[in-house]
Design a protein around this ligand. Structure first.
Ligand SMILES: NC(=O)c1ccc[n+]([C@@H]2O[C@H](COP(=O)([O-])OP(=O)(O)OC[C@H]3O[C@@H](n4cnc5c(N)ncnc54)[C@H](OP(=O)(O)O)[C@@H]3O)[C@@H](O)[C@H]2O)c1
Length: 369
């Protein structure tokens, strides 16, 4: 039966307590997520012919989900919106013209709803979930059929909820540039042990590449070793970790660098990359204050490498990474703590503390398999 209403979390824009960057705290702190509010009994809109209603089972968090309410991320001015970028659930109703999904299908949301295939276009940003288009942090949500992708059979919905941004971004970085797809024997440098970098490590290893992973935590480093990565470098204790990575390759250099730190890490990425290698500029975790790196242009010009900005990926690529993971038996790494729907603020705070490993997931409903 189709419910008339849903509960949902919303973010009220402009209500964040401060625009100043927040220091990382030793204990869980959720007070800055005051702009996150739980609404009950929100009417579900009638289905259009090409739309599906999904019962959301799980949502995974991405750094942008906390960066937007902390006002560290450019987002369109709206009075309020349903946050989060990734979700997985079950189709409970379909419009008359839907052909891609049936009632009962398990599906993931597509982050860039309008990016179906081919190259990314800036205009597609208006279809980003969890900002421009309402995200899945709600019990029921309506999306266009092309904005949903079938969940890999081998995965639970908790696991599948981690795929839409992080796995697709890692896939795009490693396989998205024609002529530069990761190949067996290539060296890959994945920075940190967050969602994108762990997927990058898994995908690269499955493709026969060799992986160097950085982390600020020796404890996390030990856990990552179990994935089969070849070397771990602690980027807090090794100030020249980019050069160290290159040395570990026998001075060959890194074919694919997954750069998540932006301005703070790009210089080290240049120290690590090989000639004509690819640095995928994915994130901005190391640039909380927005300082610029004045030397950047000289580095790009002097290094002879490909520096490629990444914006998630297309539906076609999402289908491809799901198939690849199925074929190679890859399972997403979900942090040991999974939050309840009512604990969304705690989950956002937990992500901010960076004590997790892999993906932080909110279980929206209990009937996952
Ligand atoms: N361009 C795109 O399409 C795209 C898509 C997804 C994400 N992103 C961006 O990519 C970045 C990573 O996303 P994510 O989802 O993987 O984040 P995440 O899951 O929140 O990852 C956080 C981890 O990154 C590592 N880290 C933090 N600061 C670092 C630094 N200065 N240098 C190196 N590593 C650092 C830490 O690993 P340790 O704890 O091991 O030190 C931390 O635990 C974010 O900025 C996000 O907004 C971009």
């Amino acid at each position: 039966m189709i419910p008339p209403t849903t509960a949902q979390w919303i973010i009220e824009c402009g209500n964040a307590k401060t625009k100043q960057p927040q220091p990382h705290r030793a204990t869980l702190n959720t007070s800055t997520f005051d702009s996150l509010k739980l609404q009950k009994d929100v009417a579900i809109p009638p289905l259009q012919p090409n739309e599906c209603l999904i019962k959301v089972l799980a949502v995974s968090l991405n750094y942008r989900d906390i960066a937007i309410p902390l006002e560290k991320f450019p987002s369109p001015a709206r009075s309020s919106y349903v946050p989060t970028s990734d979700g997985a659930g079950i189709v409970v109703a379909v419009g008359d013209q839907v052909t891609l999904h049936r009632v009962g299908d398990k599906v993931c949301t597509l982050f860039t709803q309008h990016h179906q295939k081919g190259l990314f276009k800036i205009a597609m940003k208006k279809s980003f979930l969890g900002s421009n288009v309402g995200g899945p942090l709600r019990q029921y949500a309506v999306y266009t059929e092309t904005g949903l992708v079938q969940v890999p059979q081998s995965m639970s919905l908790i696991e599948a909820s981690t795929l839409p941004c992080a796995a697709l971004t890692a896939w795009n970085a490693l396989f998205g540039l024609e002529g530069r797809k990761v190949s067996p024997g290539d060296w890959v440098l994945a920075q940190g042990t967050g969602g994108v970098s762990l997927f990058a490590a898994q995908l690269a290893l499955a493709a026969g590449a060799k992986v160097i992973q950085t982390t600020s935590s020796d404890f996390k480093g030990e856990k990552v070793k179990t994935l089969g990565v070849h070397h771990i470098i602690n980027y807090k204790t090794d100030a020249s970790w980019g050069a160290t990575a290159k040395t570990l390759t026998g001075d060959e250099g890194i074919a694919h660098v997954i750069d998540v730190g932006g301005e703070e890490t790009i210089t080290q990425s240049f120290a690590a990359v090989k000639e004509e290698g690819v640095i995928s500029v994915v994130g901005f975790l190391g640039n909380p204050d927005g300082q610029s790196n004045p030397d950047l242009f000289g580095k790009i010009f002097g290094q002879v490498a490909i520096v490629r900005g990444i914006d998630i990926g297309s539906r076609e690529q999402f289908v491809a990474v799901c198939k690849f993971m199925e074929r190679h038996g890859n399972r997403p790494i979900v942090d040991e703590r999974v939050f309840g729907f009512e604990e969304a603020k705690e989950a956002f705070g937990y992500l901010r503390e960076q004590r997790f490993m892999g993906k932080v997931v909110i279980r929206v409903a209990d009937d996952d398999n």
